[in-house]
Design a protein around this ligand. Sequence first.
Ligand code: SF4
Length: 697
Amino acid sequence: MDMTTTDTHCPYCSLQCGMRLRTADTGAAPVEVLERPEFPVNLGALCGKGRTAAAVLRPAVRLTEPLVRDVRGGELRPASWDEALDRTVAGMSAARERYGRDAVGVFGGGGLTNEKAYLLGKFARVALRTASVDYNGRFCMSSAAAAHRRAFGIDRGLPFPMADISRTGCVILVGSNPAETMPPALRYFRELRENGGRLIVVDPRRTRTAELADLHLQPLPGGDLALALGLLHLVVADGHLDEDFIARRTTGFEAARAAAMAHWPERVERLTGVPAATLAAAVEMFTSAPEGMVLTARGPEQHSKGTDTVGAWINLCLATGRAGRPLSGYGCLTGQGNGQGGREHGQKADQLPGYRSIEDPAARAHVAAVWGVDPACLPGPGRSAYELLDALGRADGVRALLVMGSNPVVSAPRAAHVTERLRALDFLVVADPVLSETARLADVVLPSAQWAEETGTLTNLEGRVLLRRRAVDAPPGVRDDLAVLSGLAGRLGVPKGFPADPEEVFEELRRASAGGPADYAGISYARIGAEDGVFWPCPDEAHPGTPRMFLDRFATPDGRARFAAVSHRPAAEEPDAEFPLFLTTGRVVGQYQSGAQTRRVEELNRAAPGPFVELHPALAGRLGVAEGQLLAVSSRRGRAVAPARVTDAIRPDTVFMPFHWGGEGRANSVTNPALDPVSGMPEFKVCAVRVERAAAE
Ligand code: SF4
């Protein structure tokens, strides 16, 4: 059999590792994943998820034909595409006629390609004319994005390439565990230390990443804001301010300083459990290096004070002059595969393509002109993701919903409640490659093509726009999401403006983004192919792209970065007599997000077969629990049951659960949907729970 190879990227996380697919010339399987050493981010390295990514393409583990349900409570049955799309439009139209335009909603995903995210947002605003559109990236890093915009005037997760991490002097890595979430990235932290740099890790758990650190700060869940304020207090008190940088390139320092001075080390020790001496050691390590970075991930971000928490860490960078110059700065390590691009192109409730505000009249006029519609016809901002899900089926909420690229039954906070709300809808349609937990509730299920079966761009955590290329044919009966949107728009009476060809969509996206914060105008498929990725902003084809931002000025109107005057406040829910422990949640290396794809890969299931409850030996002793015994973790919202994993790597007052599974081990049955008022981020990372031996044992 003749074979061919295609250079492309992994379907999973935001590192978007380069890989090479070896396929039969016929366009059909088998597919073999090969290393692609020349791609600069991962240099050929792949984690187990990337190496096994071809397994999710097998017809046996996925949907290969549309499904419809004739009556509520009845079984899903196979249907033709015409029937499935006709029923979808009928369900949406009925809700719109009865309850108004905003009663039809769209819920997207941070793994969708830029083209899909763009066309989905346009579908909502132009074909449905609804304000009810948001996506699961709201649950991922929205608070970091909001803090980034507030401080720097623009939000690009990392304003520098990953490779800069190896060459800086000191990194404070806050609430991030790349050893589990993106193992090839660990190389940069190892190189940092080999080059003489220092690594400080902030995490309530002694993770595999924390074990590499020169210093590990192990605060209480929810303590990151107080911790950052305490470090800034010491920077001021010990004379480590970069007064020149503050004067030349920032505004708002005095208010931030005043807030930090109320967080003296002994108070911060009481609030976080981190000894004052450890705070001092961290400040000494960070400020004695010639350059430094603070990198955050979901740990400090997924809180009802997430934006302020990230703001406090940005303050630390600004006060020490570690921003806006080479090898220094603040960055967010995005999680989902297109976590960066997914938030730039219009599937967010408050944004239009190019990362423009939907409330900005100039932005509305620009995008409306590209779309050929009257700006007055564009809806305004809608509800954020959890608010949208919470409003499903309600009189003034959404009555018909399209879900594309998301599995909120597993991934949303207070998931049992969200499941009830999904059941309360008049009509639910889910486009997904697999019969996910959310798809199982749907009236219509549309089988989507997958990563290796379609072409599209993604923007990785560095702001590098990449091309994922089609390497194999999708099984018969499966359609690309762009074709689905095109088919639905046509049936809704909007036949123009919804092409199914990804390059055609990208060409329009370039025009829509032109002049906006996330400017892709100079980026083309041909250029990405020739350069193996282009960094935005890139305003024209002669522009080299922007690997490093803010070196001359920040993207604020006056060019200065803005301090945020923020103060400690407790988590929305703290332990009490009834629920005496903290729960924090996160990921394990063998699974990805809601697990909808990776739980269908045998090798990954062997490595990470199911949920667990991580707890300290002292707590296990108090509960009389041994390794592997079933535990029930209960909060005011629900209960999850999973076996105990006993380790002294976690604080005695805290338990940890990974969130990749549904069923009785679903961690998000327990989590708290308290929202950050700025970003709409729910408080996944901390809530109060009770832990006891499960009755089922
Ligand atoms: Fe894929 Fe992320 Fe693993 Fe790289 S680190 S192979 S992008 S899952």
